[in-house]
Design a protein around this ligand. Sequence first.
Ligand code: ATP
Ligand code: MG
Length: 399
Amino acid sequence: MQYDHILIRYGEMALKGKNIKQFIIRLQENIQHKLAAFPNIKVKRTQGRMFILLNGHDPEPIIEKCKNIFGIQSMSLAIKVENDPDKIKEAALYALKNATNVNTFKVSVKRINKDFPIASQEMNQVLGRHLLINTNEIKVDVHHPDLEIKVEIRLEAAYITSSVIQGLGGLPVGTSGKSLLLLSGGIDSPVAGYLAMKRGVQIEAIHFHSPPFTSERAKQKVLDLAKQLTKYGKSIQVHIVPFTKLQQEIFREMPDGYAMTIMRRMMMRISERVCVNQEILSLTTGENLGQVASQTMQSMNTINEVTNYPIIRPLITMDKTEIINISREIGTYDTSILPYEDCCTIFVPKSPKTKPKREKANLFESKKDFTKLMDEAIAGIETIKVSARDTETKFDGLF
Ligand code: ATP
Ligand code: MG
């Protein structure tokens, strides 16, 4: 006797009505993708349930992978046996004896298969008695048991599960379309990407790079951050935009107080162009209200003027400590705090306007034609696909 299945529960998705099928299929694909390195594992769907068949494999590393898959609410190790009362008794006893720190238990039987001869309530008692007879000093507690042994008697078989392992929740990545994540090397944007993924969004990333003012290591840091996000989804394409000339021109030609605002507007314009090329319907940023000059209400209003694409800002109302906590949990913090400069910290105007106006930004921009430099930046984009499996693939000529 051994645990030979992992039962997957997908809470919130049950609310999705007609779309449920598509969500479940995507979840199944995402799990299969994450477990591809374990060739003997199978991911199966039966009515209303998803199971991973372990085929003798140690469940621990598989559970660890599943803890990073959005859409899984919780998991339990399960034993599958025939619909035979004696087999079910044996499995329930195995589950109880294999649990640690258990002084009290409860059995909950759910009989879905009405051909099974013993009704749920009666089966609870049969099993309870069997467990009490075959163990020492363990008692029944129906209100607050240390361990609840659940028995589901389904059409094809009976499943016995005990402890519940929490999953990440959220929606399976890929069920909410794609978004382009503006990924800097900072703490915030990777967290924003993670939270968008949690709502089922698949991300591509864009990074504005200004060599030689920003180093190769700063670029590598961004690729490393993207790679850390692949832990929660599939591979991620990172579009690296050569931003130096455009940025220098902006800082040379535009009034000091507006240079940063105009630089941000250029980032938005370029990002939107990448979206069009990649058939992406929204942008995601790590913006957070009130954090810095570019993130005041007035500033966001002026920056946002240049695109009508929806901008997902998962962090907009969070406190910095909340953001840092998530960043630690998801494993991006240590990379984010590495000291390499990014393009926004290099070109810092002496006195950026905290309340830049749309009219003024438009007026200043109208005095200089940036089209050529923008086109050049877009034509120079280098796309790198990062994947969890240590590979980086470069693409040329996407733009
Ligand atoms: P972060 O911690 O993500 O760097 P921040 O607190 O430093 O954010 P800003 O510098 O104002 O804030 O940047 C706001 C957002 O703009 C970032 O979260 C990111 O989404 C985007 N951004 C900033 N710099 C870049 C860059 N070089 N490339 C791509 N996106 C950027
Ligand atoms: Mg930053």
